[in-house]
Design a protein around this ligand. Structure first.
Ligand SMILES: C[S@@+](CC[C@H](N)C(=O)[O-])C[C@H]1O[C@@H](n2cnc3c(N)ncnc32)[C@H](O)[C@@H]1O
Length: 296
């Protein structure tokens, strides 16, 4: 790992030189602690032949750690000032800087193809960014992201947990996720008023073949939109009535009295598959962020 990691003085000097005033809107909290950078790079379990995708390189703190660990780094930054300054801070040939919104990037932009997502994510768009990239970049084998601690808890929760919800199930569609530690506010400038958490995830096969991801996600959205209701009631609008919802649930082997918070992603997939077979679930509304396609 580069021994030129940025500390508090370097971060402040760099920001002053570039005239950067961090904005909340873009989730700009910059890391200024070399130990935390080393921790993130280690927790990502990178291989020397990995190609890292970093969303939001900012002033380059984490980027400097990544370029010492992998064969190529793609850094996607939405802020033009930060994107323009990055090649000077991280002056290596195996870095590609992309001035772009991570929520809109597609796979064809990256050569070589990214294999690991490693990022201190902008907190306001962290979950949509992770889901968008897993959908768009099949070459990603996993990643390590830093997000707000509560979001880390949600992303890694399992059925039955109080914080299990839409982000937990959707991430579970793509990958197995586990918590990889807590990070205190003091390692950032400016200091946020929340703790952060690390999430490690490894891609796996989707739990069901032949079901469109968007159809499964529509069931998940409907179930958690009214999470206190039984699935019979919560899925009534989606299925075209509570009786139809019950028929689909029974066919999928799920109790109509259960609640979404107790179901695995595989069970959500089974419900979507049964809805398709029975012709119910006609009110499927593909999630906007997700391209329509069948995972097989
Ligand atoms: C939490 S900061 C992390 C900065 C740096 N990686 C670090 O650890 O010090 C988030 C970064 O994401 C950038 N950003 C915010 N929204 C973005 C988006 N939609 N696409 C790409 N970058 C974004 C911000 O400009 C900022 O540089």
């Amino acid at each position: 790992m580069a021994d030129s990691l940025l500390g508090p003085a370097e971060i402040r000097d760099l920001a002053a030189r570039l005239g950067v005033a961090p904005t909340k809107k873009l989730g700009q909290n910059f890391l200024h602690d070399p130990n935390t950078i080393r921790r993130i790079v280690t927790a990502a379990q990178l291989r020397p032949d990995d190609v890292a995708l970093e969303v939001g390189p900012g002033l380059g703190s984490l980027t400097l750690g990544l370029v010492g660990a992998v064969r190529h780094v793609h850094a996607v930054e939405i802020d033009p000032t930060l994107a323009a300054a990055l090649p000077e801070t991280v002056a290596v040939p195996h870095l590609s800087v992309h001035l772009a919104d991570a929520l809109r990037v597609t796979g064809d932009r990256f050569d070589p193809a990214p294999t690991m997502l490693v990022a201190n994510l902008p907190y306001n768009v962290a979950v949509p960014v992770v889901l968008h990239l897993l959908a768009q970049l099949p070459t990603l084998r996993g990643g390590l992201v830093m997000v707000q601690k509560e979001v880390a808890d949600r992303l890694t929760a399992g059925p039955g947990s109080k914080v299990y919800g839409v982000p937990s199930v959707k991430l579970a569609w793509y990958a197995e996720a586990k918590p990889a530690g807590k990070v205190p506010p003091a390692v950032f400038w400016p200091v946020p008023n929340v703790d952060s958490g690390l999430v490690f995830f490894a891609r796996r096969e989707p739990p069901a073949a032949g079901v469109a991801r968007a159809d499964v996600f529509a069931v998940v959205d409907a179930a958690f939109a009214q999470r206190r209701k039984t699935l019979r009631a919560a899925l009534a609008g989606w299925a075209g009535g509570p009786d139809r919802a019950e028929t689909v649930l029974r066919a999928a082997g799920v109790s109509p009295q259960a609640r979404g918070e107790s179901l695995t992603v595989g069970e959500f997939a089974a419900i979507a598959a049964e809805a398709k077979l029975s012709g119910y679930g006609g009110k499927l509304t593909p999630s906007r962020a997700e391209p329509e396609e069948v995972d097989s």
